[in-house]
Design a protein around this ligand. Structure first.
Ligand code: MSP
Length: 508
């Protein structure tokens, strides 16, 4: 069985500081990466910044900066955000790095050699904000401005010499590819969207620009820079040291297992990207998941709309793990979702302080008083085994992850947390002072439940779960999903160290 796993976030435009939408894509990817890691996989997790193109050039000009130093500055804020989000990424790639330029130019040369690129003239609509070309029927007029119907961003008329990629030739192979790889695009609604778009016919795609210079030069014609999406998508290969296809990174990790992206960039990942790769005789990625947007009210959160929520501020005020938990549980994965401080506070109180935090605190303080904080002996009865068994179905838990069903994964956790609190209540260990073995067994079972739930919750809230698991002397590197199958993992007489309050209830 192949135990390597390659997962990516989109690479972010450093045109402005990061916001909650960016944090969302990254947290989702980190969740999957961490799960795979505790399930014994070697994980390669890539994130980074997408630094070329007119959008960045203009943003830099606005501040009277040259694009490279402008990017250096803002890319740093994304790298710092990765740290603030506690991402477990293996690499952080910047498209202005030489290793990336080399990959892009190499891919270009192969496409040219395979007769997939020709020189012609582009005339049509272009949105700098989306870095996308639009057909006449994808554009409408609003307040005397031409805008793209899908994103609402302003488009401008472009007429220039351009290299084209023969995308039209890939309509049939792409449809065959989607058909053979039914789960290449998820969720299903987005897959249907893409298929109907491709069925409607594909036009050749302009893949170079000539009227500005902030990009990677086309190797065969230095007057052109490579279209920023062909440049950007290639990051997924360059981090693996492509074009050196014999190096171990490329051999072990390509094709990528999962590209996590927002729904706004689906067309690039689900149509252009596999087409470029097929045309260059490189295997396409295994899956592209297009998540929904984080809304503010009912609008997409974005810099241009001025409605952004700063993830760093939220982390400072409420803690990182609360934010991670909220985004993973309260935003239905695949759909749009909302975040507000009020909703976050409600979630912290009900799920984290009252449910998970409460379970840990009451069980461990009971163990302190009644078992001197030492893992006691046990003799399970049927009630104990039933609840412990409900946390060992690895194939069910793995299938949530492999289907990217975060919603079910989170409901499973919440359900097991309620059940564990209920178990402790119903068993009433405080009434068993005359039956020490039963009291000890209830404590042992409850602690095992905390251990198991903390392992499943680790990909969601790594820092918090490490704290909990450390009290049982389980260190991060030894967190192992398969230990869920073991109901008496914890050794008798082990000293339980002190656990501080995990989540404070917020007064409202
Ligand atoms: N640079 C391109 C991606 C290139 S990948 C080869 C890009 N950058 S972006 O900074 O504009 O967006 C990066 C990601 O953030 C996208 O997946 C986008 O969907 C996501 N989000 C940006 N705003 C968002 C929300 N308000 N909500 C959720 N995610 C959104 O596109």
């Amino acid at each position: 069985m192949n135990k390597n796993y390659y997962i990516t976030t989109p690479i972010y435009y450093p045109s402005a500081r990061p916001h909650m939408g960016h944090a969302y894509s990254s947290i989702i990817a980190d969740f999957f990466a961490r799960f795979k890691k505790i399930d014994g996989y070697k994980v390669y997790f890539l994130t980074g910044t997408d630094e070329h193109g007119l959008k960045i050039q203009r943003a830099a000009e606005k501040q009277n900066k040259d694009p490279k130093s402008f990017c250096d500055e803002i890319s740093k804020t994304f790298e710092n955000l990765s740290k603030s989000l506690n991402l477990s990424n293996t690499d952080f790639i910047r498209t202005t790095e030489d290793r990336h330029k080399k990959s892009v130019q190499n891919l270009w040369n192969i496409l040219e050699k395979n007769k997939q690129i020709y020189l012609s003239k582009y005339s049509g609509w272009y949105s700098v904000s989306d870095e996308a070309f639009y057909n006449e029927d994808e554009v409408e007029e609003k307040d005397e401005l031409k805008i793209a119907k899908s994103s609402g961003s302003i488009v401008e008329w472009v007429e220039e010499e351009s290299f084209f990629f023969k995308l039209s030739e890939w309509q049939k192979p792409l449809l065959e590819f989607y058909d053979k790889n039914k789960n290449f695009i998820l969720p299903e609604s987005r897959r249907n969207e893409v298929i109907s778009f491709v069925k409607g016919g594909l036009k050749d795609l302009s893949v170079s620009r000539k009227t500005f210079s902030w990009g990677i030069k086309v190797p065969s014609d230095e007057n052109h820079v490579v279209y920023v999406w062909l440049d950007a998508l290639t990051n997924y290969l360059s981090s693996l040291k492509y074009p050196d296809e014999n190096n171990n990174l490329f051999k072990n990790f390509w094709p990528a297992d999962l590209h996590i992206i927002g729904k706004d960039i689906l067309r690039f990942h689900a149509i252009y990207w596999p087409a470029f790769l097929l045309a260059a005789n490189i295997e396409p990625p295994k899956r592209v998941y297009g998540h929904g947007w984080i809304l503010s009210g009912d609008m997409k959160m974005s810099k241009s709309k001025g409605n952004i929520l700063d993830p760093l501020e939220i982390i400072n005020n409420y803690g990182l793990d609360s934010l991670r938990y909220y985004l993973l549980k309260e935003v239905s994965f695949g759909n749009d979702g909302n975040i507000s401080e009020e909703k976050l506070e409600n979630c912290i109180n009900s799920d984290l302080a009252n449910n998970f935090g409460n379970l840990c605190q009451r069980v461990l303080s009971f163990a302190e008083k009644n078992c001197s904080s030492i893992i006691p002996k046990h003799d399970f009865n049927n009630d104990d085994l039933v609840i412990l068994n409900s946390l060992k179905d690895l194939s069910k838990i793995r299938s949530f992850i492999d289907n990217q069903d975060i919603n079910q994964y989170m409901s499973f956790i919440v359900d097991r947390l309620f059940a564990s609190n209920k178990y402790f209540n119903d068993q009433e260990p405080w009434k068993k002072k005359n039956d020490k073995l039963r009291l000890y067994t209830i404590v042992y079972t409850a602690i095992e439940l905390i251990r198991k739930i903390s392992i499943i919750l680790y990909p969601v809230m790594p820092q918090t779960c490490i704290k909990v698991l450390n009290t049982f002397n389980i260190k991060e590197d030894y967190i192992d999903l398969s230990s869920l199958e073991n109901d008496d993992f914890l050794k008798e007489k082990l000293k339980i160290s002190k656990l501080d309050i995990l989540f404070k209830k917020i007064d409202k």
